[in-house]
Write a protein that binds this ligand. Structure first.
Ligand SMILES: [Zn+2]
Length: 304
């Protein structure tokens, strides 16, 4: 994209350069009007060799002469009859002046129009290029959006006394812990569901049924490690994970760094991709009464 915008800038300034050139040309034509002189006076200038160059604009039966003076570097203008033209041309050339004969002054405008053609083409090309850059940027954005997937995960476990409280792969000191087939890690389970959901791979129950004895009391980080492999098989990369764990007690915040590290390690990502938050339920319902723990997770994946 950087090279495209550089190209756009380049063509923009080329366009500005052309506009300035044409503008200056018009202004210069208008700001340096030649001084009118009588033909007799003009002849004297010719004979004195004071004419550097002359533009002769031939009209139906007369001709207008614009000439640059050697002495003052200014232009003078005179009108002659067509009959006098051959003689004047010869005398000018004899004295070393360059002579240019044109059909009429309108040719200047024709030249200007001619000069404007490349400018118009250039502006058209720049507009075309800008539109192409814009549409390809839109396409790239659409592709990028198609590559990005989001999944949501939720889990809740009842808490019972005498069981270990494991959240985010970390065991916390507490008198209650989740009831579950595995270790009952709500955060790992919700995270697993969010990842599988984003990848369109079903849910945790599909891959790790709680009827399967091999998952009894299992460390839930194993589920995440397996989910990581499933995502890799489908060319998904984890962009970001945001989670909220709801439990009345104990406070989870101080344990977040360790949890993030454990989850990140299981998923093979850096811990800055995992964001954790904790909430209480303000004493309301089962969670509020300390009878359950729950987690919500949103995960974003990208297709590699
Ligand atoms: Zn669970």
């Amino acid at each position: 994209m950087a090279s495209r915008s550089l190209l756009k800038t380049f063509f923009f300034w080329i366009g500005i350069g052309f506009i300035s050139f044409v503008f200056l040309k018009v202004v210069l034509i208008k700001k340096n009007p030649p001084t009118g002189v009588a033909y007799s006076g003009f002849q004297t200038l010719v004979d004195n060799g004071d004419i550097v160059s002359a533009n002769i604009y031939v009209e139906s039966d007369s001709a207008r002469v614009d000439a640059l003076l050697r002495s003052s570097q200014k232009y003078v203008e005179t009108t002659i009859s067509s009959a006098e033209l051959p003689d004047l041309t010869r005398r000018l050339r004899d004295r070393g002046a360059s002579v240019s004969i044109r059909e009429s002054r309108t040719l200047d405008w024709a030249m200007l129009v001619l000069m404007a053609v490349p400018l118009i083409l250039l502006i058209g090309f720049c507009l075309f290029l800008a539109r192409r850059v814009q549409s390809s940027a839109r396409r790239a954005q659409a592709t990028e959006e198609a590559k990005s997937r989001t999944g949501i995960g939720y889990d809740l476990h009842r808490l019972e006394e005498g069981r270990p409280l494991i959240v985010g792969g970390i065991e916390l000191t507490f008198d209650k812990g989740p009831v579950g087939h595995s270790d009952g890690d709500v955060l790992a389970h919700a995270l697993c569901d969010a990842l599988l959901g984003a990848a369109g791979l079903g849910d945790i129950g599909t891959h790790f049924p709680d009827t399967d004895p091999q998952w009894k009391g299992a460390n839930s980080l194993l589920f995440l490690e397996h989910a990581k492999k499933l995502l890799a098989d489908k060319n998904f990369a984890i962009v970001h994970v945001d989670a909220v764990v709801i439990i009345e007690k104990p406070k989870l915040g101080p344990h977040f760094p360790k949890m993030r590290e454990a989850l990140a390690k299981a998923l093979g990502v850096s811990s800055d991709k995992i964001h954790l938050k904790a909430k209480t339920n303000e004493g309301v319902d089962a969670i509020g009464r300390g009878e359950a723990i729950a987690a919500h997770v949103v995960a974003t994946l990208s297709l590699r």
